[in-house]
Design a protein around this ligand. Structure first.
Ligand SMILES: Nc1ncnc2c1ncn2[C@@H]1O[C@H](COP(=O)(O)OP(=O)(O)OP(=O)(O)O)[C@@H](O)[C@H]1O
Length: 262
């Protein structure tokens, strides 16, 4: 699906926290949003979903395949969120319900969409568990979130996001809470699944090194404003804005520093 964000401006009280941000993600395209803490990344994602916090007011335009989402009725937004846009957020601990089995949560989007028999629902949950490479899918569907590792829980969250084959995926710091090795595994899986699904992707992170393997295009936000944009490789090689330069330095320190003596 094509996502066009045009002139998105978000105000909370008398503060403008996102200021005239525009970007386009073509059908099947991938786009990175990067910036430091408080730069407006999460609010941009929430505005696309129609899930801004109370007191936040958004103007501009969010078009999904040409259909305006900003200011659309909640019923329509809920339908779009349920079926056309999948989301993966930072903390799988809070995204999952501790009292429900993994299988029930994997199958929840399908259950909401239509009537499925018990057997069909379970089969679909097992299929999704296998898709996200959870160990022993036939058994893991009966487990509860606390019985899984952080990386496994995030795999479940990715499975839920992909359950209805959405045309657009929004991932907000999906691997930030994981240790480095797990982060690489989950990112690799996510990368493959998004490609297989042919979905468009908006990937939010504060870590340019993470983004480099996932998207080609990036937009840098600082204090709610777009300060730089372009291909990730080019931005990494020759950052133009001081904020971008700081993000590049941080990325080099974490991912290239140790082994290369730089
Ligand atoms: N519910 C809210 N009420 C008031 N201000 C808010 C609210 N949510 C966010 N803000 C403010 O809006 C600005 C942008 O927040 P946002 O969460 O989009 O930043 P972010 O780039 O996602 O940061 P982080 O990487 O820390 O999550 C920040 O200054 C934040 O304090």
């Amino acid at each position: 699906m094509t996502l066009e964000v045009r002139g998105l401006t978000i105000r909370i009280g008398d503060r403008t926290v996102v200021d005239d941000v525009s970007f386009t993600v073509p059908d099947g395209g991938r786009f990175g949003l990067i910036g430091g803490s408080g730069s407006g990344k999460s609010l941009t994602v929430l505005a696309i979903l129609g899930l801004l916090p109370d007191g936040a007011d958004a103007t501009g335009s969010v078009l999904l395949d040409g259909v305006e989402l900003l200011g659309a009725p909640e019923r329509r937004l809920a339908r779009v969120r349920g079926s056309r846009i999948g989301t993966v957020f930072q903390d799988p601990q809070t995204a999952l319900n501790p009292l429900r089995t993994i299988g029930r949560q994997l199958a929840e989007p399908l259950r909401l969409r239509g009537r499925l028999t018990r057997t069909a629902t379970r089969a679909e949950a097992v299929r999704l568990a296998g898709l996200v490479r959870l160990p022993d899918p036939g058994r893991v569907v009966d487990a509860y979130p606390h019985q899984l590792s952080g990386g496994q829980r995030q795999r479940v969250a990715i499975g839920i996001a992909l359950a209805l084959s959405p045309g657009l995926l929004l991932a907000d710091e999906p691997t930030t809470a994981l240790d480095v090795t797990t982060q690489a595994e989950v990112l690799g899986l996510f990368d493959r699944l998004v490609a297989d699904a042919g979905a468009s992707l908006v990937f939010v992170t504060h870590d340019l090194a993470v983004l480099a393997g996932i998207t080609r295009e990036v937009l840098v936000l600082s204090e709610g404003r777009a300060v730089e944009r372009g291909p990730v490789a080019q931005v990494l090689a020759a950052p133009q804005h001081p904020v971008t330069a700081a993000l590049v330095a941080a990325a080099r320190a974490t991912s290239f520093g140790a082994g290369e003596g730089s």
